[in-house]
Ligand binder design. Structure first.
Ligand code: ADP
Length: 406
């Protein structure tokens, strides 16, 4: 080699490499060549450093994107006009919408106006530009309304220019439901206790005042009401006790031979008062020679009583109810069919939750505690059976219970 120039590649005053030039032909390098080599080395060093920074930035971006994408919390990024830029899997899970169907749309179009209402976290951040603590709000999900805890941060670039918002969503629908249920429990139980107590007290006072005089018929009527209301009270209390016992896992299944036909008649006798006041007609279908069921008589009675009393209660006046027992080789199938007010589809998944009552039932003033079906399901489960419900509003409801023979 005839000539050689070597200059260091320096980035931030740190040597990062060498730029080497050589020539084999005749001639030599002068001062100019050295200056050119140095200038070129500077450019090359900057390019190499930029390349490295770019790679780092891309890696960092990927990392952040993965964190955002995989986070269980819902994270939505919008531009300043609230158009959705990114929608992570947490947001998909909470709202029921897929990212590809919502990216590019306005947030309020997708989740409802409330999310950006003036008093919402997003609304306030938009108005004041300040950080806000998360707030409860309601969004319109794909499958209905969801309660959400929503936080918002305004996003600024390096030059402090606003370029969008980061909206985080936590689904608190279940928590709110439990909260509402607890309030309902207290309201329901106290209401349920107060109504029969008030009537017992009123009739007792009438009797003490001797209002019935010599009228034995009237006296008997007063006493009968007091008797019925007392039964109602003890029913409620025993439901509550059964429930706490079931919950504590202290419900012992005492199996014995149960004659289902006979048990059904006993339950119908118990419900005769309710049936008559609702003017409901009850048909029964019990096959001849139905085998005995090996089960806990008390629990099976509870199942029959709850399903039948609901069928009566939620029937229209003068309606008809069918109770049928069928036998298959493995199971006894009990069906209770009514043609009453029915249950809306969205309420069906909640029927077996404690204290849950369908709004149409409470609104039409039909009394109940929302415990009957919880107890029924627990009793069915304790026998390794199954319970299903089919219903249509204003058409009626069918409950089907399948119980193994032993
Ligand atoms: P309760 O009858 O004391 O309210 P349940 O647990 O037995 O409680 O029933 C829960 C809710 O399910 C009822 O409040 C009612 O809204 C609905 N439901 C149950 N059975 C029927 C039925 N046969 N027809 C219509 N709605 C029903």
């Amino acid at each position: 080699m005839a000539a050689f120039i070597g200059v260091p590649l320096v980035v931030h005053e740190q040597p990062r490499g060498i730029l080497a030039m050589g020539r084999t032909g005749p001639g030599h390098y002068g001062e100019d060549d050295l200056q050119n080599a140095l200038a070129f080395a500077n450019q090359a060093a900057i390019a190499i450093e930029n390349g490295r920074l770019y790679k780092e930035t891309i890696a960092e971006k990927r990392k952040t994107e993965t964190i955002l994408k995989e986070s269980f919390s819902g994270i939505v990024v919008t531009d300043v006009d609230l158009r959705i830029v990114s929608f992570n899997s947490g947001a998909e899970a909470i709202t029921g919408f897929r990212a590809e169907e919502v990216v590019g749309k306005r947030l309020t179009e997708v989740l409802g106006a409330e999310i950006a209402a003036p008093e919402s976290a997003l609304g306030r951040v938009m108005a004041t530009g300040q950080r806000m603590p998360p707030q409860e709000t309601v969004i319109q999900g794909a499958a209905g309304l969801r309660d959400i805890l929503q936080g918002t941060v305004a996003l600024h670039d390096a030059n402090h220019n606003l370029f969008g918002y980061l909206v985080s969503l936590a689904d608190i629908t279940r928590l709110k439901e439990v909260d509402r249920l607890k309030t309902d429990i207290v309201a329901n139980v106290s209401h349920e206790l107060r109504t029969p107590l008030a009537s017992i007290k009123a009739y007792t006072e009438l009797l003490m005042d001797g209002l019935e005089g010599e009228d034995r018929g009237l006296r008997d009527q007063f006493l009968r009401t007091i008797d019925q209301e007392t039964d109602h009270l003890s029913q409620l209390i025993s439901d509550l006790l059964d429930l706490s016992r079931l919950e504590a896992g202290r419900f012992e299944v005492r199996k014995g031979a149960v004659d289902m036909g006979e048990l059904l008649l006993a339950v119908l006798r118990l419900l005769e008062g309710a049936r008559r006041s609702q003017e409901v007609l009850i048909h029964t279908e019990v096959p001849d020679g139905l085998a005995n069921l090996m089960a806990d008589r008390e629990m099976i009675m509870m199942i029959l009583r709850n399903l039948l009393s609901n069928a009566i209660k939620f029937s229209h006046r003068g309606g008809e109810v069918l109770v049928s027992l069928q036998q298959s080789p493995e199971r006894l199938v009990l069906r209770v069919v009514d043609h009453g007010i029915g249950i809306p589809a969205e309420a069906l998944p909640h029927l077996f939750q404690k204290f849950y009552r369908v709004r149409s039932a409470t609104e039409s003033g039909i009394e109940g505690t929302g415990l009957g079906l919880v107890l029924t399901k627990q009793a069915v489960d304790a026998h390794n059976g199954s319970i299903d419900v089919e219903s249509e509003p204003e058409k009626g409801t069918t409950f089907t219970v399948r119980l193994p023979w032993a």
